[in-house]
Design a protein around this ligand. Structure first.
Ligand SMILES: NC(=O)c1ccc[n+]([C@@H]2O[C@H](COP(=O)([O-])OP(=O)(O)OC[C@H]3O[C@@H](n4cnc5c(N)ncnc54)[C@H](O)[C@@H]3O)[C@@H](O)[C@H]2O)c1
Length: 325
């Protein structure tokens, strides 16, 4: 299949490209590289440097790719930044999403996979979170993604674009050649590993009085390879609409469990400090992923803590300056 991967220079997108190429697909990456890295793109993929905020350029890029399917990863993804600059998030995530949908419609593309997020649920009423749970995002990042989901559903009904929407919880891990290189880095596992690599600074655990077993917040982590493989299964099954699906393991890990695993896997001690809870951080977020498991016979077999942390640690050790090397 010919597949467009937007955000193919980013963390998850670049690993999607790698796995798509390995599976024999022909890939075009659309990215403005504002937050991604040309060096992360697999050499077999075609790169089109294009900003999704520009509708005409996006239409041209999509038309020229002559694609059968779109995987849409490109986005701004930092919650605190979205609170400071909501317009930027609506412009890139929602406006850019609209430009891409219009371009796909005009190019006759009927398979569309969207990266979405657990942030669309806001503070959950019950766990695990089912896809039908109320959508009450509490920040502009989550709002921008929820609006994009709604636009895609409308385009799917109106224009017959078969769609899959994947709501990710926490994504971790690396392949041998590709990993997480964000600036700033905000995700727990890479922050912990970089603290060890740098050999300076402190690692802060925010909140120790949550209503969880050890008092620290609990999240649902999935290995990036398992996550991406669900997307590849989806484009192959999108001769009918699949709708929205959570991607997680349904077994959460606490921040303390992650810290313990990081110390075990690396054989090093983290310099830990304790801080107060961060505003808007729920005690636990755990996915009900039974729909994805049933639809694709999906089983996140790489998503043990040791595999996620171990693969990320190997990548960081081999690439201490990320893609700058
Ligand atoms: N990483 C996670 O744990 C996580 C969790 C939930 C959801 N998600 C979603 O997964 C997707 C990928 O996340 P990631 O961690 O790989 O992010 P990332 O920041 O590493 O990659 C995003 C990519 O999009 C590109 N991009 C940004 N604005 C663009 C624009 N206007 N035009 C073209 N390209 C643009 C960036 O240059 C970058 O390469 C995002 O949609 C994100 O919301 C990620």
């Amino acid at each position: 299949m010919r597949v467009i991967v937007t955000g193919g220079g980013g963390y998850i997108g670049s690993i999607a490209v790698e796995r798509l190429v390995k599976a024999g697909h022909n890939v075009t990456v659309i990215d403005n590289f504002a937050r991604g890295h040309p060096a992360s793109v697999h050499p077999s993929a075609t790169i089109v440097e294009c900003d999704l905020r520009h509708g005409a350029a996006t239409s041209t890029a999509v038309r020229c790719a002559q694609a059968d399917a779109v995987m849409h990863f490109a986005a701004l993804t930092l919650v605190p930044e979205s609170v400071r600059e909501p317009g930027a998030y609506f412009e890139t995530n929602t406006g850019g999403g609209l430009h891409l949908l219009e371009a796909a419609r005009k190019a006759g593309i009927t398979r569309f996979v969207l990266s979405s997020t657990a942030s669309v649920y806001g503070e959950p009423e019950s766990l695990p979170i089912h896809e039908d749970a109320p959508k009450r995002p509490i920040n502009p990042y989550g709002q921008s993604k929820w609006m994009t989901e709604q636009m895609l559903s409308t385009y799917a009904d109106r224009y017959g674009i078969n769609h899959a929407i994947f709501r990710y919880f926490n994504v971790a891990g690396a392949t041998k050649d590709r990993g997480e290189d964000h600036d700033p880095e905000t995700h727990l596992i890479p922050v912990a590993l970089k603290t060890l690599l740098d050999g300076s600074g402190q690692f802060t655990i925010f909140g120790t009085d949550y209503d969880t077993e050890d008092g620290t917040a609990v999240r649902d982590y999935v290995h990036v390879i398992d996550l991406v493989d669900a997307h590849i299964a989806a484009i192959e099954q999108l001769d009918q609409p699949l709708g929205a699906m959570n991607l997680g393991t349904a077994s959460g890990f606490s921040v303390q469990q992650i810290v313990d695993a990081v110390e075990r896997v690396t054989g090093q001690s983290l310099p830990i400090t304790y801080g107060p809870r961060r505003e808007g951080d729920p005690a636990a977020l755990i996915a009900d992923s039974s729909k994805a498991r049933e639809t694709f016979e999906w089983s996140p077999g790489n998503s043990t803590l040791d595999q996620m942390i171990g693969s990320a640690w190997e990548w960081f050790q081999a690439n201490p300056r990320g893609y700058k090397d």
